[in-house]
Design a binder for this molecule. Structure first.
Ligand code: DC
Length: 227
């Protein structure tokens, strides 16, 4: 059976990674969470003091880009690849609300995007990949055989993210999470370089009222049709 590229784009916390992981497992494909890469660059910028509440030194970050090495390392127990930043496992560190508060600003920088997009395109050279993000079907793989755009209301998404964060023991309020979801939606859709838009040939799925299995069956049908 021919190997294809499956691009999953959409707003934050729409369950992109859940469906992408299910598909990758079912098809024996590689799964790549491109948001993790932007988050790792945000973490690097925070740790080095390039970005904080008051300021963002974009030029210093751009100059330091060659020093940022990102790798996905497969964890058999978890069943997916974890993000490593300069040889350190940062899978948990990149999932905090603090990183979420800075990451959209990092993702606005064209030089950052160019570096990450190049790496993402290399990962898909052999096809047989499920990649999720914001610009996968439009910029990274405009020739992807399957393009899915996930959506659901900001409130539904904030509730999901709030439950995820509190389950991990993070001390956050629903209001803060909702505010962050809305802010990121705005920045992600309004930035100049590669804004979040629906590719002309993408299929939109609103999963506000679908359970995980219904959603998976719907997407699997699309995929099987393209193989
Ligand atoms: O999917 P996520 O919430 O982990 O992504 C974090 C941020 O990274 C998101 O606010 C926008 C940015 N991003 C992007 O600009 N392009 C991508 N392909 C993936 C993520």
């Amino acid at each position: 059976m021919k190997k294809i590229i499956i691009a999953i784009d959409g707003f934050s916390s729409t369950g992109k990674s859940t469906i992408a992981k299910q598909l990758a497992k079912h098809l024996g494909y590689v799964y790549v969470d491109t948001g993790a890469m932007y988050r790792a660059v945000a973490l690097f910028s925070m740790e080095n003091g390039y970005i904080n509440k008051e300021s963002f030194d974009t030029q210093t970050l751009i100059n330091a880009l060659p020093d940022i090495r990102l790798q996905f390392v497969y964890n058999e127990q978890l069943g997916f690849a974890e993000m490593f930043l300069n040889d350190k496992n940062v899978e948990n560190d990149i999932r905090t609300l603090e990183v979420s508060q800075y990451v959209s600003r990092i993702a606005e920088i064209s030089e950052v995007r160019a570096k990450l997009v190049e790496q993402q395109q290399k990962m898909g050279q052999e096809r047989g990949i499920v990649m999720d993000g914001r610009d996968i079907g439009t910029v990274v793989f405009p020739d992807a055989e399957v393009k899915i755009f996930m959506n659901s209301s900001a409130e539904t998404r904030a509730q999901r993210r709030f439950e995820e964060l509190t389950e991990k023991g993070q001390n956050v309020t629903y209001e803060d999470v909702l505010k962050n979801v809305e802010e990121r939606d705005y920045i992600d859709t309004h930035r100049e370089d590669s804004p979040l838009i629906i590719a002309d040939d993408a299929v939109e799925i609103d999963n506000s009222k679908l359970d995980k299995n219904q959603q998976f069956q719907q997407v699997l049908k699309l995929v099987q049709h393209s193989m």
